[in-house]
Write a protein that binds this ligand. Structure first.
Ligand SMILES: [Zn+2]
Length: 305
């Protein structure tokens, strides 16, 4: 076990100084094993990637290695998951007066599903220019930039703000959540999906678990860490759900557990690779009901309730 880097010993999730190196060689699509470690906080149970990459290091990873191509292969699953989120997060009945915001909307699957349900407005925010342009070209209202820049340009609040697999990538969680809080209308809610650091499969597969994805995942959330963090930024948790994560990452876990770690290039597979991913994705779909690798948290701004 290596020594904790004193510069990163403070927990980014709860602020305690109890971060202990625990996972020395997490598997990742983005870095060789052992390049990054994960420290766990004794106070909140959350994890953080060590050493914490600086902004220029992260930008290089996103520009060179981070692609959504493999996610396009499971677009059907993404849409299905988006429908489940909307079923859980929108009130039953008529939604024609409601406005939905999807932070980190990628290609806008959730926006299309929200439109199909008849919401008044569905707006997306996406940092990555290629999927943002793709979504805009399909007639969707997508802002390409940060949540902070969006909030300056479009300050009107939303009845539902969704952030699927975004928080684990965010450098400044405080700024993100404070901005999200302002964007939730009175009576509205925030719905967050993140990999579940307390997942059974993580204990089973140990360092081969597919959701570590260091260093692009900076934070690793269990429910204890999530509720503390949300509480510190003016949110009250109203509901928590655990379910199986994307089939893509289940497949990745299985491959990594037998020492077959695909590189980031393999996430843009050729014809045969695509067929394999699609078939595996379909076969692994029932895992949604069995697994607990994804944590879904609904929260309401405490002062607006
Ligand atoms: Zn902590």
């Amino acid at each position: 076990m290596s020594a904790t880097n004193p510069a990163t010993a403070k927990c980014a999730l709860c602020g305690a100084s109890d971060v202990v190196d625990e996972i020395a060689r997490p598997a990742s699509t983005y870095a060789a094993r052992g390049t990054y470690r994960i420290g766990t906080c004794a106070a909140c149970g959350g994890g953080q990637t060590l050493p914490r990459p600086d902004e220029s290091e992260l930008e290089a990873f996103y520009a060179r290695d981070y692609k959504y191509d493999a996610h396009v292969l499971i677009a059907g699953e993404k849409r299905w998951r988006a429908r489940r989120i909307l079923e859980e997060a929108l009130p039953p009945g008529n939604v024609s007066s409601l406005r939905v915001l999807d932070l980190g909307c990628m290609y806008g699957y959730l926006l299309e599903e929200a439109r199909a349900r008849g919401v008044k407005e569905a707006v997306g925010v996406e940092l990555s220019p290629a999927p943002a342009k793709d979504a805009q070209a399909r007639g969707l209202d997508v802002f390409c930039g940060t949540i902070e820049a969006f909030a300056v340009n479009r300050p009107e609040p939303f009845d539902l703000v969704v952030a699927q697999h975004v928080l684990e990538h965010v450098s400044d969680l405080g700024s993100f959540l404070d901005t999200a809080n302002k964007l939730v209308a009175p009576g509205g809610q925030l719905c967050i999906c993140v990999p579940n650091f307390d997942a059974r499969a993580r204990r089973l597969f140990k360092e081969a678990w597919g959701w570590y994805q260091v260093p692009v995942h900076l934070h690793h959330f269990g429910m204890g860490a999530m509720s503390r963090l949300l509480g510190a930024h003016g949110f009250e948790v109203s509901k928590q759900i655990r379910r199986g994560g994307d089939s893509l990452f289940v497949l990745l876990t299985l491959l990594q557990s037998i020492g077959r770690a695909p590189s980031s290039e393999a996430l843009a597979p050729g014809f045969v690779g695509k067929a394999i991913v699609r078939t595996a994705s379909a076969m692994l779909r029932p895992y949604y009901f069995l697994g607990d690798d994804e944590l879904v948290v609904m929260a309401r701004p405490s002062h607006k309730a």
